[in-house]
Design a protein around this ligand. Sequence first.
Ligand code: LMR
Length: 403
Amino acid sequence: MTAPAQLDRNPVAPDAFAALTAQPADALLGLIALYRADPRADKIDLGVGVFRDDEGATPVMRSVKAAEAVLLREQTTKAYLGAEGDAAYTDLLAAIVFGEKLAGSGRITGVQTPGGTGALRLGAELLARARPAATVWIGTPTWPNHGPIFTEAGLPVRSHRFYDVPTAMLDFEAMLEDLQQAAPGDILLLHGCCHNPSGVALSQEHWAAIVDLCERKGLLPFVDLAYQGLGDGLEEDAAATRTLISALPSAMVAYSCDKNFGLYRERVGALWVQAHAPSTAAIVRGNMLSLARSLWSMPPDHGAAIVRTILEHDDLRADWSAELTDMRLRINALRQAVASTHVGLDFIARQRGMFAMLPISSDAVAAMREGNGIYMAGNGRINIAGLTLQNISTFVAGLAPHL
Ligand code: LMR
């Protein structure tokens, strides 16, 4: 009878997790397994956001393979780098994101993070320390992980209208109207380019109005830039971020190399913060490092080392840029092709990036999955790169009854 006696001595232990409730599996990531289990030969994967080529594959990029060969040959140690990760990676990338001049202002400080999610979470933890009472405003619809990242860091989150799915239109007036309720010091989460899930693009005038709003209301912009180069080009896709950084004293940028370097599972990202003065930037940096230390101690190295190696070698950099151009051209050609098949899809040609939202119900999404083997996110988001010139007609045939 030793076992019950032990239990008696620690009556709490068996129920240690009683306060937890069952959690639903992540719906977006769940699509990966659902698709894999579907035996149909003509199934179409428009679910999770990874680039695909004409064969539906997500190959390792040439420049990445070449950089890995360089690393294999030349890397001499895997000793720890520190909480900031690979500083040369962050510096080289900063020039691509902000341009040389802004990147060298002394007011922008950055650290490597595990993916764009790590960057957003580190930024959320920093905000929870810096301004715990501030509300984070997030437009709807958005990437489903945005809300939880800030909520889990303890920050209040509120939604504002942004994109109207049935009309496939940006609802900018409604956004400005909702944000009238924002308080000075609140945070405004923005997609720097290639909006996920809608693909809707903001004009220069819209960005100027957002700068004006941030100035008038004292809002802090937090830009999520996860698709640079996959919309209109590396420079073009950074323009909005640069507009905000140039015009406003403080801003934050969460960056992901997952898509534009095809490094998804390597988890390669960065968080930059612009402070109003270099002395404040140094304090911000110290806080980012101490938070990173307690979150993940140090970010994983391999993916960032690949990006650094590509950016350090002119030939690899040129090849990466050419590959990225091909990826963008493929996505934009598919946008044109799918838009031309049905009058109800013409909006897709006007939008940018990997995603578009179909104006269909969740029942229609399920019917297309079950009946036609066409997989997409539950809100009707499709990954444009999952289409091919061969499967577009099957896709449109499956979709047409629901439009
Ligand atoms: C997506 O939106 O499909 C990607 O960003 C993958 C993810 O992490 O959700």
